[in-house]
Design a protein around this ligand. Structure first.
Ligand code: PLP
Length: 357
């Protein structure tokens, strides 16, 4: 099938095949990775290699820590203020849709949240231009959601927040393109879209921002403790880390993040070009802010949705139903979704339009 799920999402087929081949006996160890001690030399090797691959792919500078955690991106919504307030009492957030809203609501438990900019006026179909942002010079950090998975808006530029650390939720566009990590104080994301299985959360954080967590911070979520223990203060999600390592290797073999970006641009263009040309389907998102990962679109009448989805499924295209908050359809086209999937979707959309338009 062609899987357009928003997450957990399609993974590269060669990765799944390699994992299946190694399921019972990893590299002659006689064990599955799932059965290994997290402190044994086999798993320690996997962890080190996975981290090194991520550092290489994103060219992460040496003054950043790479942390592997649990608790998801939603967990980070609490863990970030706990760690990054650093004696300050407020943080700035940019509200671009459902996921940044969740981040704002959670952070309010820990600090004063100022909304530095909001896309409310367009019903969250654009990213507010930086010239409209009102950043508090005393903010502990400025938080953005780099790609709103539900709404389908993505930053195609990096905000400049001066000395105030920029924090980005990259759950749904992580590793989809090169990113200048040095422009961010912290990048985080759940793994279950472009990285691997659910259960693993990645955090990349600049050295100087850690070490001042609130006293109530659980040790397993204190970035300083995690960094000092190489993410091994407790049992990490070992199997998910192993799969993430295979995905990183696959991305490297494809030509790295520049190649991923090119592929993702080409893929998204197939769908957006058609959405621009048709008068049948509509895309609500401002053109310059359209997500290359999650493409929401609507049929002219919601009464057609069920029939559209049924036809798609009959043709092997699954998980196209839009999020209940915005309705319509959504095609998530992460790294592992091949261009053929998008071409097949557009061919079906044309067929449906011809029949119902
Ligand atoms: N942030 C974004 C942008 C997401 O797409 C998701 C979706 O799963 C989350 C946060 C929540 O992540 P998790 O379920 O890993 O907590």
């Amino acid at each position: 099938v062609f899987n357009f799920s928003a997450g957990p999402a399609a993974l590269p087929e060669p990765v799944l095949r390699e994992a299946a081949a190694e399921m019972l006996d990893w590299h002659g160890s006689g064990m599955s990775v799932m059965e290994m001690s997290h402190r044994g030399k086999e798993f320690m090797g996997i962890l080190a290699e996975t981290k090194a691959l991520l550092v290489e792919l994103l060219q992460i500078p040496s003054n950043y820590k790479v942390l592997f955690l649990q608790g998801g991106a939603i967990g980070q919504n609490a863990i970030i203020p706990m760690n990054l307030l650093r004696g300050r009492t407020s943080a700035d957030y940019v509200h671009t849709g459902e996921w940044s809203k969740k981040s704002i609501e959670e952070a309010q438990k820990y600090c004063t949240v100022r909304v530095a900019a909001t896309a409310e006026a367009s019903q969250y179909t654009h990213v507010p231009k930086q010239s409209t942002w009102d950043i508090d010079p005393n903010a502990a950090y400025v938080h953005i959601c780099a790609n709103e998975t539900i709404g389908g808006v993505e930053y195609h530029w990096t905000p400049d927040t001066g000395d105030i650390p920029l924090v980005a939720d990259m759950s749904s566009n992580f590793l989809s393109k090169p990113v200048d990590v040095s422009r961010f104080g912290l990048i985080y994301g759940g793994a279950q879209k472009n990285i691997g299985p659910a259960g693993l959360t990645l955090v990349i954080v600049r050295d100087d921002l850690i070490g001042q967590a609130l006293p109530i911070t659980p040790s397993v979520f204190d970035y300083r403790v995690l960094a000092d223990n190489d993410s091994m203060i407790n049992t990490p999600p070992t199997y998910a880390i192993y799969i993430a390592g295979l995905v990183f290797k696959w991305i490297k073999a494809q030509g790295g993040l520049a190649a991923m970006a090119e592929l993702n641009r080409r893929k998204a263009a197939v769908l957006y070009d058609y959405l621009d040309a048709t008068g049948f389907y509509t895309s609500p998102i401002a053109k310059e802010d359209r997500s290359l990962m999650n493409v929401p679109f609507r049929l002219p009448d919601p009464k057609l949705d069920a029939e559209f989805l049924k036809g798609a499924e009959a043709r092997g295209m699954v998980q196209l139903k839009g999020h209940r908050v915005v309705g319509g359809m959504r095609a998530s086209i992460y790294n592992a979704v091949p261009v053929e999937a998008v071409q097949a979707l557009v061919a079906y959309m044309k067929e449906f339009e011809a029949a119902r338009g």
